[in-house]
Design a protein around this ligand. Structure first.
Ligand code: ZN
Length: 177
């Protein structure tokens, strides 16, 4: 409980000035809470380290927090997990996206679960509140890419995979309406 609460607190503070891309401009922390909740529910609360990783999964990519910060506050296992789900921002975006597909199946089980939960939250958000400046085509391409990443992460948790599949079905229905 302490680890999870501290991860939520740390993530909320670090992402305090960020909003989601969608037209609703939700606070970024909503995404982190959704990812952490998906992970907690899918594992029935059995893995606090995983849920903490869910809260923290974007801190290295999108905030000034460093690997050392995470290691000091949460220990090496959490820091390593977050590093595993962090893209190399020195690479061009297309290369980063290709790499997520290429490397997903070699990630740890926890990292793959975070990937599925993250994509589930993102696909849900694209359906419910698409960014104003995203053409339909870009949304469709994102969903297709997310499916490719998730396909490399399957076989660990049926409940989480079902949540992702439901999000994709919902997004396709919204896009086609
Ligand atoms: Zn995320």
């Amino acid at each position: 409980m302490v680890l999870v609460a501290r991860a939520a607190d740390f993530a909320a503070r670090r992402h305090v000035e960020q909003r989601r891309k969608g037209a609703a401009r939700e606070p970024y922390v909503n995404h982190l809470i959704e990812v952490a909740s998906l992970l907690a529910e899918a594992t029935r609360g059995a893995d606090p380290l995983l849920v903490a990783g869910g809260y923290l999964h974007d801190t290295l990519e999108d905030t000034s927090a460093t690997y050392e910060d995470l290691e000091i506050h949460f220990g090496p296992a959490v820091a390593t997990l977050v590093a595993e789900v962090t893209d190399d921002k020195s690479l061009p975006k297309a290369e980063r996206k290709a790499r997520q597909i290429a490397t997903a199946s070699s990630k740890s089980e926890r990292a793959r679960l975070i990937k599925i939960a993250d994509k589930t939250s993102n696909v849900r958000a694209l359906a419910s509140s698409p960014p104003d400046d995203w053409e339909m085509r870009r949304i469709v391409e994102y969903v297709e890419w997310a499916e490719k990443v998730v396909d490399k992460c399957r076989g660990l948790n049926a409940a989480l995979e079902q949540a992702f599949d439901a999000a994709v079905t919902q997004a396709r229905a919204t896009l086609n309406s």
